[in-house]
Each structure stands twice: as C-alpha cells, then as structure tokens.
Design a protein. Structure first.
Ligand SMILES: *[C@@H]1O[C@H](CO)[C@@H](O)[C@H](O)[C@H]1NC(C)=O
Ligand SMILES: *[C@@H]1O[C@H](CO)[C@@H](O)[C@H](O)[C@H]1NC(C)=O
Ligand SMILES: *[C@@H]1O[C@H](CO)[C@@H](O)[C@H](O)[C@H]1NC(C)=O
Length: 283
C-alpha cells in the first residue's frame, strides 16, 4: 500500500513537472540598453519561446503605456502607439523575437520597458519581463581649465574657468586645490550653455584662487565634471601652478636638486647670490 501510494505521488510530481515544461511559454532574453543616447534611436529586443503554445500577441510598454503591439493574426500585424512624440520609430517580429526602435526624449529621465508575450485564448497566458533604460549622453572629452598661468607669486589672485564637454544630464562642476574641495562663493555657481540637439549642455564654473602670502612650492588645481546618473560619471582636468617667492628660493632650489631648473629661478639665484656677495663685500 505504502509503496503504491509513494509511487503514485512521484508519478504525479513528474507529471506536474512535465506539464510545466511543455505548457509554459517564456521570455528567454530581454535586451534593453542601460543607457540610451538622446541623439540616436535605441534598439530593444525581446526573445521568447512558445513551447507548443500559440502566440497571440507581443506588446511593448514604456512604463505603463503601450508603445508597440504585434498581433500575427491581424492586418497590419504591427501597430505603433505614441509615434507623434517620435517615441517609437518602428519594429519588426520573427517567430521567436520582436525588436522595437525607440527615440528617447531629450531629457535625462529613465523609464521601464516591458515586453509582454501572450498565448491564444481561451487561456491567454502571459509572460512578462521589464528592464530600465536611462537617457544619458556621455561627455566625449575631459573638462577644460582656462585662465591658468604657469607661475604665481604669493599674495596674487586669479580667476580660473572650467568648462565641461556637452552632456545630458549637464555636469556639475567641483573645484579642488591640493585635494581640498573649494566651496563655491555665491556668484560662482555652475552655469550652463544653451541646449544642443538631444538636449546636451556644457557647464562651467569660475574659481577665484588667492595665493596665501606665505605659500610656496606648487598648487595642484583639479576640476571635476560629474554627471549625476547611477553610477555617477566623472571626468576631470588637472593643472599644476608653481608658486615663486624669493624668500622660499633657497628651499625651492635645494628641493629640486637634480631636476631641471627654470630660467627664472636660475636668474633669481644669480641676483640673490650677487646681493649676498655685495653684502659680504661691504662688511
Ligand atoms: C501615449 O503617451 C501618453 C503620455 O506618455 C499616455 O498618457 C498615453 O496613454 C499613451 N498612449 C498609449 C496608447 O499608450
Ligand atoms: C567660461 O567659459 C565658458 C566657455 O568656455 C564661457 O562661455 C563663459 O563665458 C566663461 N565664463 C567666464 C566668467 O569667463
Ligand atoms: C601660512 O600662515 C598661516 C597663518 O598665517 C599658517 O596657518 C599656515 O600654516 C602657513 N602656511 C605655510 C605653508 O607656511
């Protein structure tokens, strides 16, 4: 008795498993790019297997809105929705896949794209998968710092301007001097250029640099352009400004022993030496 009941239980499980394998249709692959460039159409594809079920329809949704429908028994078999907002440019289907081309809106937003495959009636079973796509245009180049002299004297003040390359969303600019973040003064906020096609903009921010009266050596200035997307995209530019002062000269020269000397330093050393000699002579 026990043996028979155990056997029939196993048989039942096997039957259920078999049923699940033969009856379930499935989305095997959903290809949605993580980032979409607002200047060109993105291609999304949905691959499915019907496992002896009959295909009724394939639908694509952007968030909750239907944008594409494939219905093989209807004429035309493909219908696009919301084409006016240049959202859906087109699409095509094979027996086991549907591809759709969407033009992302030129604003930095994200949306979930869902593919939904349903079987014929009376059951109309549904398989569904979603992936998120964010509209991002990466900057092609690093930011550029303008207005930087090679050499500064202690006590001097200059203005630097850092401009990022075109991107969407537009970049935020951060300045660092010797790895220390420079808090923007009220009039030094990040500003933006007008939009390019696709909504891309450049950003720029001015930094006032005041060299302390007792400063010496060199100052490392870094400008960082950050796109606040997930994960954040960072590009940067670095410059080194040398600070020259007479009083620091002997230290500067000894620190640089063995490395090449700049003509200015050499001539200053000569003047200084001549002064010392003349002072010595006058004693
Ligand atoms: C078209 O898009 C608008 C806004 O995005 C939405 O309200 C509407 O339901 C969409 N139409 C269809 C057929 O999905
Ligand atoms: C900074 O540079 C950008 C572009 O390079 C320019 O449009 C902007 O006017 C500059 N700002 C200042 C204050 O010089
Ligand atoms: C410059 O002087 C300030 C005080 O006036 C001091 O805190 C700082 O450490 C000095 N920096 C250097 C590089 O000597």
């Amino acid at each position: 008795m026990m043996c028979i009941s155990g056997y029939s239980k196993m048989k039942l499980l096997a039957l259920i498993a078999l049923c699940a394998i033969t009856s379930a249709h499935d989305i095997t692959q959903l290809k949605v790019p993580l980032y979409a460039d607002p200047r060109r159409a993105a291609e999304l594809s949905c691959h499915f297997q019907m496992n002896d079920q009959k295909l009724h329809s394939v639908k694509w949704y952007r968030d909750m809105n239907e944008i594409f429908r494939y219905n093989p028994s209807q004429k035309p078999s493909i219908r696009l929705f919301n084409v006016t907002g240049i959202m859906v440019q087109g699409g095509e289907c094979q027996t086991d896949s549907c591809m759709v081309r969407v033009m992302p809106p030129p604003i930095a937003t994200g949306a979930a794209y869902t593919c939904e495959v349903s079987t014929e009636g009376p059951k109309f079973q549904i398989a569904r998968k979603s992936k998120h796509m964010t509209v991002v245009a990466m900057p092609d180049g690093d930011p550029v710092i303008i207005g930087a002299p090679k050499v500064l004297k202690p006590g001097e003040q200059i203005f630097l301007n850092c401009t990022s390359d075109y991107s969407l969303p537009s970049a935020d600019i951060n300045w660092y001097i010797d790895d220390e973040l420079q808090k923007p003064e009220a009039w030094q906020r990040t500003e933006q250029s007008g939009p390019q096609p696709g909504g891309l903009r450049r950003s720029w921010r001015v930094l006032r640099v005041r060299v302390p009266p007792n400063a010496s050596g060199a100052m490392r200035v870094r400008c960082e352009a950050i796109l606040s997307v997930e994960p954040p995209v960072v590009r940067d530019a670095n410059i080194i400004i040398t600070i020259h002062s007479r009083t620091q000269l002997s230290k500067y020269v000894s620190n640089n022993a063995g490395t090449k000397l700049d003509v200015n330093v050499v001539s200053l050393v000569i003047i200084w030496t001549v002064k010392q000699i003349s002072r010595f002579m006058s004693l």
